[in-house]
Design a protein around this ligand. Structure first.
Ligand SMILES: CC(C)(COP(=O)(O)OP(=O)(O)OC[C@H]1O[C@@H](n2cnc3c(N)ncnc32)[C@H](O)[C@@H]1OP(=O)(O)O)[C@@H](O)C(=O)NCCC(=O)NCCS
Length: 181
């Protein structure tokens, strides 16, 4: 699925939101590892990310060629500052209507509208791909993300009180959210 759009951020910068491509692999991997170092709200610790550069290239190539999945990058002045994507929940026919959403943005770029733009872009792609529901899991203490998702129309459908066990703060509750398209 192809996507490309230019947006103005709240700090006056111009950002391009587009498909990640093979040649972005190094920057995407670096951004992914850095965002996972910065936030305790993501599933993996940076050292658990064992993807090689070649695997990242292959991942981005597959996503760019896919009709049903997408990996978007947010680029400001030639630097990749965040990524977001839509994955299918499963290959089985009974799951084909459901997509999952994920996002991570470099902390230096929080609060300028990038989250909102990436959510909108992914939802638009999910709709185009024919999904009827987008789903995500978010740590209950992640107020910024919760506000972003609620504004985009996601609603809570459950909670897992023992969702994550963080090294820093122990057990973390997870909120399950969904958006009907
Ligand atoms: C969560 C995350 C994607 C938000 O992205 P962002 O670029 O900061 O979001 P935006 O600037 O578009 O803000 C979106 C909304 O969040 C809300 N928000 C912004 N700052 C906030 C704050 N400090 N507290 C609560 N809500 C806040 C606002 O309501 C804003 O809505 P607005 O556009 O009407 O002002 C980003 O902080 C991030 O990548 N965090 C680390 C990884 C992560 O938590 N991923 C989500 C896992 S489920």
């Amino acid at each position: 699925m192809k996507y490309q759009r230019e947006i103005s951020l709240k700090n006056g910068s111009t950002c391009v939101i587009r498909n990640g491509a093979e040649q972005d692999a190094e920057a995407v991997l670096a951004n992914f590892i850095e965002t996972h170092r910065q936030s305790d709200f993501l599933t993996t610790y940076p050292e658990e990310i064992t993807l090689t550069l070649e695997q990242e290239r292959e991942y981005l190539r597959k996503k760019a060629d896919s009709e049903r999945e997408i990996e978007l990058v947010a680029e400001v002045d030639g630097t990749i500052v965040g990524t977001a994507g839509i994955d299918q929940m499963g290959r089985a026919e009974k799951l084909r209507h459901r997509a999952s959403f994920g996002i991570s943005i470099d902390r230096a770029w929080w609060g300028v509208g990038l989250g909102r733009a990436l959510v909108q872009a992914c939802v638009e792609c999910a709709r185009k791909a024919g999904y009827i529901q987008v789903e995500l899991d978010v740590v209950a203490a992640n107020e910024r993300a919760l506000a972003l998702y609620r504004k985009a129309g996601f609603v809570e459908y459950g909670r897992n009180p023992l969702g994550f066990r963080s090294r820093a703060c122990g057990l973390q509750e997870i909120v399950l959210m969904r958006l009907e398209l």
